[in-house]
Design a protein around this ligand. Structure first.
Ligand SMILES: *[C@@H]1O[C@H](CO)[C@@H](O)[C@H](O)[C@H]1NC(C)=O
Ligand SMILES: *[C@@H]1O[C@H](CO)[C@@H](O)[C@H](O)[C@H]1NC(C)=O
Ligand SMILES: *[C@@H]1O[C@H](CO)[C@@H](O)[C@H](O)[C@H]1NC(C)=O
Ligand SMILES: *[C@@H]1O[C@H](CO)[C@@H](O)[C@H](O)[C@H]1NC(C)=O
Ligand SMILES: *[C@@H]1O[C@H](CO)[C@@H](O)[C@H](O)[C@H]1NC(C)=O
Ligand SMILES: *[C@@H]1O[C@H](CO)[C@@H](O)[C@H](O)[C@H]1NC(C)=O
Ligand SMILES: [Fe+2]
Length: 447
């Protein structure tokens, strides 16, 4: 035995460093067109070959390749490198199930499959949503893997905070995380936004490992269309890290300008008629009722940077922007819990006509940060704010179905209670653009 071990050690040291060409961390994202699918993966060494995807409906009959692989050098003290491959499949037929594998002459991944979105905007898009999932204590993971592999969801929205943290241990935590979500993300598009746990080295692990469509070009903000919804992902973190970088203010303004242009385009009468629902995800909430300390998001609402905008200038308020352009539904995380709000704007509840969520007169916010991580769950203030409809600190995730032009269905699943639906809510609306009038309502209330 000892002899064998010694021999092995000898061989290993004689080989100098090992090389690792095997594809890992395979994950999908929607591309710039409904007929595109983007697949991204990692090899630990440079392959010196093109990066291939072989794919097809019944067999791996088509091939697409990309000659560039990106070296990502982590900012840690080992300046460790990994190699990121990203290939876009184009001309995919709508509503088909494709099989694929990735790699090239030096090694192939397992075979995975995905389903393209029907071009028909009349289909009901199904999402699982959650934030704040780590490597350790990722409580929701197995349910999510089951949902993705059984074809029960079309896409994931991961509302920021990954791995805890991707840069930890010279970005080995990032590799572990991306391998851990491969059983989800290799089957359904894994659409993300950045959280505070991604901030290290100017969000470099986040910006390099994910390949979201368009927008900022580095996944920090972007949008895509699916069924009856226009989905926007943005960075709340530019509001919190602006003082950390001399470019910070510029980043707030760049993103705000992009958001406004994107919302304007989504609000032309034709666009809004085709996709009446505008849904956003961002990491840190504007409203929440958690007991996370006096200066945190939940307990300093007047000073909340997303609500208030840049301090003292009161400019570039995200709350005002989303209200003005009729954003229906906003998902946040960061608090390790679930909370659903009544329609709210400017700290005023603006319920709909027949009931709270029937033609809401302001955006609806949901905070869903309970997928599980090593920090555990967050509790609530004894008296939640008046706009708080319900809350839970069970581990879990949210399921959303954009049923049609007039109905969105939301469920909160508790892992603690064995997959039970602990909250169910439906938003209905008659007009494609809700034309919120909470502001007027508020003025009236003051008179
Ligand atoms: C391959 O990657 C490993 C792990 O990062 C590294 O230690 C080794 O030096 C690399 N080998 C080559 C030939 O680049
Ligand atoms: C890198 O940093 C870690 C933790 O800060 C430390 O334990 C380690 O010794 C450092 N390694 C080098 C090569 O400086
Ligand atoms: C951080 O990255 C952003 C792009 O995402 C860039 O605009 C900015 O200049 C970078 N900041 C620093 C300090 O490098
Ligand atoms: C909004 O509707 C909910 C549910 O009907 C109700 O409990 C709440 O009091 C309403 N709030 C306001 C301000 O009307
Ligand atoms: C949307 O679906 C609901 C529930 O099936 C139905 O009542 C409603 O009429 C549908 N709306 C449209 C515009 O099809
Ligand atoms: C927001 O509410 C405050 C009072 O709480 C009021 O002074 C202000 O005019 C309101 N802003 C808008 C845009 O409605
Ligand atoms: Fe966070």
């Amino acid at each position: 035995m000892e002899v064998i071990v010694c021999l092995l050690a000898l061989v290993l040291s004689a080989c100098e460093a090992q090389v690792f060409f095997q594809p890992e961390q395979v994950h999908l994202a929607y591309g710039a067109q409904p007929s595109y699918m983007v697949v991204t993966w990692v090899t630990l060494n440079h392959t010196n070959t093109p990066s291939y995807v072989e794919y097809g409906i019944d067999s791996l009959s088509w091939v697409v390749k990309n000659s560039g692989q990106k070296e990502f050098v982590d900012g840690g003290n080992e300046t460790r490198s990994i190699f990121i491959h990203s290939v876009t499949m184009t001309h995919l037929k709508p509503g088909e199930r494709y099989m694929y594998h990735v790699g090239g002459p030096l090694g192939w991944s397992d075979i995975f499959y995905f389903r393209t979105m029907p071009t028909n905007t009349d289909f009901s898009a199904r999402f699982a949503l959650y934030g704040d999932m780590g490597n350790e204590n990722a409580v929701a993971l197995s349910s999510l893997q089951e949902l993705a592999q059984s074809g029960s969801i079309d896409a994931i929205l991961h509302v920021g905070d990954f791995a805890y943290d991707m840069d930890t241990d010279n970005a080995r935590y990032g590799d572990i995380f991306m391998n851990q979500i491969q059983p989800i993300a290799a089957y359904v598009p894994y659409m993300v936004c950045p959280g505070n746990h991604e901030a290290a080295y100017n969000f470099s692990n986040y910006r390099n490992r994910f390949t979201m469509p368009g927008g900022s070009g580095d996944s920090l903000f972007y949008s895509f269309n699916i069924g009856k919804a226009h989905v926007i992902s943005f960075s709340t973190e530019v509001y919190y890290y602006y003082s950390y970088s001399k470019y910070g203010w510029l980043q707030i303004i760049n993103q705000y300008k992009w958001l406004e242009n994107d919302l304007r385009a989504a609000n032309t009468p034709e666009a809004r008629a085709q996709r009446p629902w505008i849904i956003v995800q961002g990491h840190k909430p504007m409203y929440c009722s958690n007991n996370d300390g006096p200066t945190e998001q939940c307990n300093n609402l007047k000073g909340n940077l997303l609500r208030y905008g840049i301090p003292s200038l009161h400019a570039f308020s995200i709350e005002d922007l989303f209200y003005k352009y009729g954003v229906d539904l906003q998902f946040y995380a960061h608090e390790h819990s679930y909370e659903r709000l009544w329609p709210v704007y400017n700290m005023t509840v603006c319920n709909g006509t027949e009931s709270a969520y029937d033609n809401p007169r302001a955006p609806v916010h949901v905070i869903t940060g309970s997928a599980g991580n090593r920090e555990g769950q967050t509790g609530f203030n004894p008296e939640p704010y008046p706009w708080s409809a319900t809350h839970s600190d069970d581990y879990g995730y949210t399921l959303m179905t954009v049923v049609n032009a007039t109905l969105i269905d939301l469920k909160q699943i508790s892992i603690d209670k064995g997959g039970k639906v602990i909250d169910h809510m439906m938003i209905t609306k008659e007009k494609s653009n809700p034309g919120f009038d909470c502001h007027l309502h508020h003025q009236r209330a003051l008179l």
